[in-house]
Every structure is written in C-alpha cells, then in structure tokens.
Design a protein around this ligand. Structure first.
Ligand SMILES: Nc1ncnc2c1ncn2[C@@H]1O[C@H](COP(=O)(O)OP(=O)(O)O)[C@@H](O)[C@H]1O
Ligand SMILES: CC(=O)N[C@@H](CCC(=O)OP(=O)(O)O)C(=O)O
Length: 283
C-alpha cells in the first residue's frame, strides 16, 4: 500500500513536467564516462524509452572518448588532448570513426531497442547531417568544428517516431577526405541549437561541476564559468562541456544541465521532478 501511494505521488509530481515538455526536443549527451556499467546503461535506456513514451522527443548524442583511447593504446598509437579536445591524426581519425560510428553507436542503438525503444543510429556523415571544417589543422589535424547542420534526416527520424542516436563524426565536402572527429559535447550543443531543442543534458561521471574543494556547484553563470576556467578549476573534459552549455543557451536552448550519469535514473530525476540535480548553467 505504502509503495502504491509513493508511485501515485511520483506520478502526480511528474505530470506538469510531462505536459511542459510534450513534443519538445530534449538533447541528451551520453558521455563515454557514463557508459561504464551494464546496469547503468540499462537504466539510461529505460529513461529514454519512458521520456519518449510520454510524448517527448529525445535525441541522443554520444561520446566514447575512453573507448577511443583504449583502442588506440591497444594499437600502440599515442594520443593527446589540448583543452579537452583530442588531436586527431589520420590514424586516430580511422580509429575514432570505427569506435564512435561503429562500436558505440550500434551498442547504444541495441541497448535502447532492448528496452523497447525504436532507435536509429546515424553519424554526422549520414545525409550530410553534420558538415565540418578543421578546428586548427596544424595543431589538431582532423578535429573539426561544425560549420553546417542539415537537420532533415533527424527531423524525419523524429517525425516518424524513432529515437535518433548520433555519433559525433562529421563529413567534409572535399573528395577523399576522411571527415572530422568532433568533440561530442560541442556536437551536442550545435545539434540542440539546430533542432530547436528545449533542453540539453550532459550525462557524465561527476555530480556536476565541482569547485576547488570538490563541492558541487548547483548553478553557474557565464562569468563564473570563465573565472573557474582561468583558475583551472574547470579543466580537461569539463571545458568543452561548459562551453557547450553556453553555446546551447546562446543559441536559444532554454536549459543546460551537467548531471551525474552514474546515478540511477538521473535523467528522470532531472526532467520529471522539481529536485534539481547536477549543475545548471545560466546565461
Ligand atoms: N571542475 C570540475 N568539476 C567536475 N569535473 C571536472 C572539473 N574539471 C575537470 N573535470 C573532469 O571532467 C571529467 C568529465 O569529462 P569527460 O571525461 O570528458 O567526460 P565525458 O566522457 O562524460 O564527456 C570529469 O571526470 C573530471 O575528471
Ligand atoms: C575532438 C574530440 O575530442 N573528439 C572526441 C570524440 C568523443 C567524445 O567526445 O567522447 P566523450 O564525450 O566521451 O569525451 C574524442 O576523440 O575523444
């Protein structure tokens, strides 16, 4: 009986949020760091299925940086990052595409489908969804910056009732070019802006943005973010994440949150309850 009352209370609390976000696009950046255990992956997939079932339009953009690094190391290839973005040589590009568009994209699609979704996996190369140019070819090689997004393919996938799962690999207009490796956080924010998303969530492996003492910062303004970057409190993989939040907000996305992908059902907690979790970046 007590259990039933709790379920009814939870549903009552969720109802206004379900109405608020009905038909709205919500971009979920699923970081490689939040993909560590099978149990958590299943919970993530259940959350996406539930959001879709109640009428929202989730779009999953995934990372996989740790898997790329692991395979490169198995192959004996050195790899390095500058300010959280990988330097992409031709060899690294081959591996990044194999891991992101191949292994991880299909794994997430299978995972979502095993929980009852109808997920469709694409990379930015499909139907020219993501077109990029070099970030700085001298220092970063095939690491790209998105120049254009042709939303038609994803609009169609959404309109047909499927859940798009997007690998952050972009095409190039140059014949014979291998394409570009895009940081998944920055791909997610550009995609959220292009699709007119209402909200963007970054699932990662920390409770949110932490201060110098390791304490969670619940809300951050752009000025505070800049200061924390200068003080190197925000560093490494957190740099593109906060930059992506700011990019999304400036592009018209209403809310940007960095949340803990290691907490069970963190997506539902963030979207369907009033208890704010993680860090919310504000303009
Ligand atoms: N101020 C900070 N607060 C929280 N995490 C931080 C901070 N600065 C750097 N980080 C690092 O950023 C990492 C998350 O980025 P990353 O490993 O790229 O995750 P993802 O795979 O989810 O994109 C954290 O695990 C942490 O090591
Ligand atoms: C240019 C660049 O940094 N690309 C990333 C793409 C994957 C990614 O961003 O994965 P996470 O979200 O798990 O970190 C990389 O090669 O690691």
């Amino acid at each position: 009986m007590q259990h039933k009352i709790e379920i009814v209370q939870t549903l009552l609390e969720a109802l206004p949020y379900i109405k608020k976000f009905r038909d709205e696009i919500i971009v979920i950046k699923y970081g490689g760091s939040a993909q560590e255990s099978e149990e958590l992956k299943a919970k993530f997939a259940q959350d996406i299925v539930l959001l879709h079932t109640v009428g929202m339009r989730p779009v999953v953009v995934h990372g996989g940086g740790k898997n790329i690094t692991r395979l490169l190391s198995d192959l004996g290839v050195d790899t390095r990052f500058i300010d959280g973005q990988r330097v992409t040589t031709r060899e690294v590009m081959r591996v990044a595409e194999m891991v992101l568009s191949g292994e991880i994209n299909k794994e997430i699609v299978a995972l979502l489908n095993s929980q009852g979704a109808r997920a469709v996996g694409i990379s930015g190369k499909d139907a020219n969804f993501l077109e990029a140019i070099p970030k700085d070819s001298e220092n970063f090689g095939y690491t790209g910056v998105i120049e254009q997004i042709n939303t038609e393919i994803v609009d169609n996938i959404l309109d047909d009732g499927f859940v798009p799962v997007i690998a952050p690999i972009a095409g190039s207009q140059t014949l014979g070019h291998p394409g570009f490796n895009i940081n998944a956080d920055l791909a997610a924010s550009r995609i959220a802006v292009a699709l007119g998303a209402r909200k963007i969530l970054f699932l990662t492996d920390t409770p949110g943005v932490l201060d110098g003492e390791g304490k969670l910062i619940p809300t951050l303004t752009i000025d505070q973010t800049r200061r924390l970057k200068e003080e190197e409190v925000i560093r490494g993989g957190m740099i593109p994440k906060v930059d992506a939040c700011i990019d999304a907000l400036r592009g018209g996305v209403k809310k940007a949150h960095i949340i803990d992908g290691r907490v069970e059902h963190s997506l539902l907690l963030e979207i369907l309850t009033s208890s704010g979790i993680g860090t919310c970046i504000e303009l």
